[in-house]
Design a protein around this ligand. Sequence first.
Ligand SMILES: CC(C)(COP(=O)(O)OP(=O)(O)OC[C@H]1O[C@@H](n2cnc3c(N)ncnc32)[C@H](O)[C@@H]1OP(=O)(O)O)[C@@H](O)C(=O)NCCC(=O)NCCS
Length: 187
Amino acid sequence: MEKLTERLLLREFTKQDVDAIAEFRRDPRYLEYYYRPPYTRAECVRFVNECIAWSKKSPRSKFQLAIADRANGVLLGDCGVRTESMERRRGDIGYELSPVYWGQGFASEAVRAILRVGFENLGLDEIEARCVVANKRSVRLLQRLGFAATERIPLGPGRGGFADRMLPERYVFLLDRDQWIERTHVF
Ligand SMILES: CC(C)(COP(=O)(O)OP(=O)(O)OC[C@H]1O[C@@H](n2cnc3c(N)ncnc32)[C@H](O)[C@@H]1OP(=O)(O)O)[C@@H](O)C(=O)NCCC(=O)NCCS
């Protein structure tokens, strides 16, 4: 899968991406809302291998794509849309950029493209995003793209890859297909 946007190329991961991922995943600015020690290189290898494995599955239920600058190929971050159940037609998204590239609209541009993958390629009806209340940049991004906060989860253990740690208050944001279609005509 490849998606071109105005400034970005979203593409599948390769093993050569590990160093760029490891570089920003130890940056304290990046780690501020993850409540964990810096990622080790071995963890980044596992992450990239998992993304590559997902890309080979058929039928495919998980897309986790590298975000590259389409002008020079530099890796800026990554984003993904996943579903645990195609029947339920509900999925979730995640996104992360190297702090070097924050504040330029790159993440919003990439997330718009990954939402299209979720609604069009995966055929989802609803996409969720969980976000720590204090992570204002992420909250602004989700609001900008039309997500609405539907729930506030109090301090407690995370889920999935976050099940090993306590997380502070989080929002559950949702965007459904109709809201997304309405927004895409306004973009
Ligand atoms: C969350 C995260 C991706 C947001 O990055 P970001 O660069 O702030 O997000 P955007 O791409 O939406 O950029 C928006 C900012 O760029 C500015 N901008 C500049 N040029 C722009 C353009 N051409 N188009 C849009 N926005 C532009 C906007 O004004 C906005 O600034 P503001 O937040 O000060 O109002 C980033 O902070 C991150 O990677 N954090 C660590 C991982 C993380 O927390 N992930 C989310 C977990 S829920």
